[in-house]
Design a protein around this ligand. Structure first.
Ligand SMILES: *Cc1c(COP(=O)(O)O)cnc(C)c1O
Length: 383
């Protein structure tokens, strides 16, 4: 290994997840692969080209910078949807390149029309409406104005989608709120219909909503976490399994994160290990240093907590996770030596360190853990 660590993306695991997702949603529902946050830490350029090879041609991102990365990788072969920020100065590029985008307030709508007119092109927009999350989206009292603007500017606006986002569909405790959102979204859609203005498609579901509330699937699903082989929460996984006879997890983790031992040393009983006094050796120990720290995205909250695999055995992180390295206990591992493989996420022999396990040792969500993995680490697709 020439680098401190490497991220591997497993193509067959991804194909498995896509096949599963397409099977449960059926042919009529478009699958949009959500790749914001550097494709949830998987590496957007590598991930998107792998996904395209697996038959995915619709991607959703947060901002224009991410849209540009996909354009560079796939040119015009895929549809790109910006769900979040389009800066005014990026509007020209977006419209010229047929990049679709959420419009959630008046100023965005105005800017879209203005730029489209200047370019004599159509802006392809998805109107996001407020249904109860209270983040972005047009309020109920603004809808009539939106409708009249779209009708007036049909030469410059392609009203592609009507959409919303749910405030925590992964947790049963939000059931009442999400249910109300589903109802509100339907009412707003009816308001459009009454005014003889219909979007080409409607969409609202993220991974959790698509499983917990199947009526939210509509024409398109925006799937992030599930395509990476992870469940949005244990509740969603349990809900899915409940509906199945065989209790087998249909998803497979795509990502692995591997490093190798940098140095080995022996310490005596009573010695403190690393900065300060958070870990004292209660016996003679053998310690391996691994060149991974919080600057690479391995959280400091995993100090004295994290688990890695070496020689197919679980080893505990001891002392604090430093900026560029950490120490793990290899006392009970025979023959651990410099350059041996260290698995931070993934499988070695019979054991695995899962992404979900991190939330047991620190209170990181799987989403947070993944997106914190440094963009500088090389990504490699494996078969
Ligand atoms: C991130 C995001 C999604 C995907 O969420 P997952 O839980 O990862 O499936 C869908 N829609 C919007 C608006 C998002 O921001």
């Amino acid at each position: 290994m020439h680098t401190n660590s490497i991220i591997e993306l497993n193509r067959s695991a991804y194909q498995n997840n896509i096949d599963f997702i397409k099977k449960i949603f059926g042919k009529k529902v478009t699958f949009s692969s959500v790749v914001k946050g550097n494709a949830y830490g998987h590496g957007v350029v590598e991930f998107v080209s792998m996904a395209f090879d697996c038959g995915v041609n619709h991607f959703s991102v947060f901002d224009v910078q991410e849209a540009k990365e996909i354009k560079k990788t796939l040119q015009d072969q895929a549809t790109i949807l910006v769900m979040g920020l389009v800066q005014d100065e990026d509007m020209e590029w977006v419209i010229k390149n047929n990049v679709e985008f959420f419009v959630f307030d008046k100023s965005r709508l105005k800017e879209a029309v203005k730029t489209a007119k200047k370019l004599a092109l159509k802006a392809i927009i998805h109107i996001e409406v407020e249904t109860g999350m209270n983040r972005t989206g047009f309020d109920r009292n603004e809808i009539n104005r939106v409708i009249s603007t779209i009708k007036k500017e049909t030469n410059y606006i392609n009203f592609k989608g009507l959409c919303t986002h749910y405030a925590g569909a992964e947790s049963i405790s939000n059931h009442y709120r999400v249910d109300k959102q589903i109802h509100n979204f339907e009412e707003i859609y009816q308001q459009f219909c009454k005014n003889n203005l219909k979007p080409e498609i409607r969409h609202s579901a993220c991974s959790a909503a698509s499983i917990m509330y199947s009526q939210t699937r509509m024409d398109l699903v925006r799937i992030g976490i599930m395509q990476y082989g992870l469940w949005p929460s244990p509740a969603v996984f349990v809900t899915y399994l409940h509906s199945k006879k065989n209790k087998i997890d249909p998803l497979q983790r795509v990502i692995s994160w591997k490093s190798s031992i940098m140095s080995i040393k022996n310490v005596n009983t009573g010695d403190f290990i690393g900065y300060g006094t958070s870990f004292m050796a209660k016996r003679k120990m053998t310690i391996a240093t691994v060149p991974i720290g919080y600057s690479h995205g391995y959280s400091r909250s995993l100090s004295n907590q994290g688990r890695v695999l070496i020689h197919g055995q679980r080893c505990v992180v001891i002392g604090s996770v430093n900026m560029n390295m950490m120490t793990v206990d290899v006392t009970d591992i025979n023959l651990a030596k410099k350059h041996d493989e260290v698995v931070l996420i993934g499988t070695q022999d019979q054991l695995s360190v899962t992404v979900a396990s991190f939330s047991d040792f620190s209170n990181q969500l799987n989403y947070e853990l993944l997106t914190r993995i440094s963009t500088a680490i090389p990504r490699k697709i494996i078969e």
